[in-house]
Design a protein around this ligand. Structure first.
Ligand SMILES: Cc1cc2nc3c(=O)[nH]c(=O)nc-3n(C[C@H](O)[C@H](O)[C@H](O)COP(=O)(O)O)c2cc1C
Length: 333
């Protein structure tokens, strides 16, 4: 069975709609979809690039990669085989990918993809401290192989690596707190009016507390965690680093796809996750983070993984821009 031209376009439009739930840095949603008759294009929206923390576009491209993987997951869950052409025109760097349905294609059932698709609606960034239960090596190995399938390395940090990540993350917080542009951008993206449907609600900012690796202070001087004292939180969390051999948009896009795949797979297994990017936002600290890599390479993003303290969501669900603002339908040829 295969889809005719009309149903292909509307199916791609549906998948782009589903992909709007993807996570992005500060919930900036820096992507645009363009639906053509027989393909859908993913474009970077540079107006949504947070230049103070992301001058080169690493975080923007990682975010667009998560959207691309969400789209692929929606299509795979509905049985479609796709052809993905990444960065198809070197002269048009904002066109990040073009995805088309294989035609004539065979509809294939895939339970793994379906489970990840279902997880797209449940996944969220969980910034609460994690439960005092370690994550099994088997599950962590599974996440590593999920990232490898997207051509990206995911390295689990040992105690020494976690210590270095903690020191560098603390350093990043100090450097960024002293940068006026950063402070203004952070304030802007955490205090968006509700109707804007983007940014991170200030209510989702984690309460101040001592953690193994500090969590970004989204709202400086937030109230302390109720009952928080000298006890160190997150003692059973695992920390991992996405990285790769190259430091270019093609590798960042793949790493974003790997990030989405790992977050969804973790959600399928009931694990909680939260990305940590401030350590890669300050060039000198990002360079220092290379010491934890098993081979020469470039760190893209750190991730905290653990068991949630509760299956109840502890905060507001982040909103998404309306499809009308993120999905363009090209006029029929
Ligand atoms: C590239 C990237 C970097 C991120 N960096 C951080 C971070 O440093 N700290 C944090 O708490 N969340 C971080 N996040 C999570 C986003 O803030 C989150 O995905 C967004 O607010 C949407 O919320 P949701 O994940 O709950 O859907 C990052 C996400 C992405 C994709």
């Amino acid at each position: 069975m295969s889809r005719d031209l009309l149903s292909r376009a509307s199916h791609l439009q549906w998948a782009a709609h589903m992909a709007l739930r993807a996570p992005s840095v500060w919930n900036t949603q820096p992507w645009r979809w363009r639906v053509l008759d027989d393909a859908v294009e993913l474009w970077a929206d540079r107006e949504r690039q947070v230049v103070s923390i992301d001058p080169a576009g690493l975080l923007l491209t990682l975010s667009c990669g998560t959207a691309l993987h969400h789209l692929r997951t929606a299509l795979a869950a509905s049985g479609d085989e796709v052809v993905v052409d990444r960065l198809p025109y070197p002269g048009t760097p904002d066109l990040l990918a073009r995805v088309s349905l294989r035609f004539p294609g065979v509809l294939v059932e895939d339970d793994t993809e379906y489970a990840r698709f279902a997880a797209m609606a449940r996944r969220r960034t969980d910034r609460r401290p994690f439960a005092e239960i370690p994550v099994s090596t088997m599950l962590l190995d599974r996440l590593r192989s999920v990232a490898a399938a997207e051509d990206t390395r995911l390295t689990l940090l040992d105690a020494e690596g976690v210590g270095l990540l903690a020191r560098l993350t603390e350093g990043a917080a100090l450097v960024e707190a002293g940068d006026e542009r950063y402070v203004a951008d952070l304030d802007g993206w955490t205090h968006r009016p509700r109707y804007a449907r983007d940014g991170m609600p200030a209510a989702n900012a984690p309460a101040a507390a001592a953690r193994v690796v500090p969590v970004r202070e989204f709202v400086p001087d937030a109230d302390p965690e109720p009952g928080a004292g000298p006890v160190l939180l997150d003692r059973c969390a695992s920390y991992a680093l996405f990285w790769g051999e190259h430091d270019d948009p093609a590798s960042w896009l793949r790493a974003g796809e790997a990030l989405s795949a790992v977050l969804l797979e973790a959600t399928v297994h009931g694990l909680a996750t939260s990305p940590i990017s401030n350590v890669v936002e300050v060039e000198a600290l990002r360079n220092a983070l290379r010491d934890v890599l098993p081979e020469p390479g470039h760190p893209y993003l750190a991730l905290r993984i653990g068991w949630p303290i509760s299956t109840e969501a502890g905060d507001d669900r982040t909103q998404r821009l309306s499809p009308a603002r993120r999905i363009d339908i090209a006029d029929p040829a």
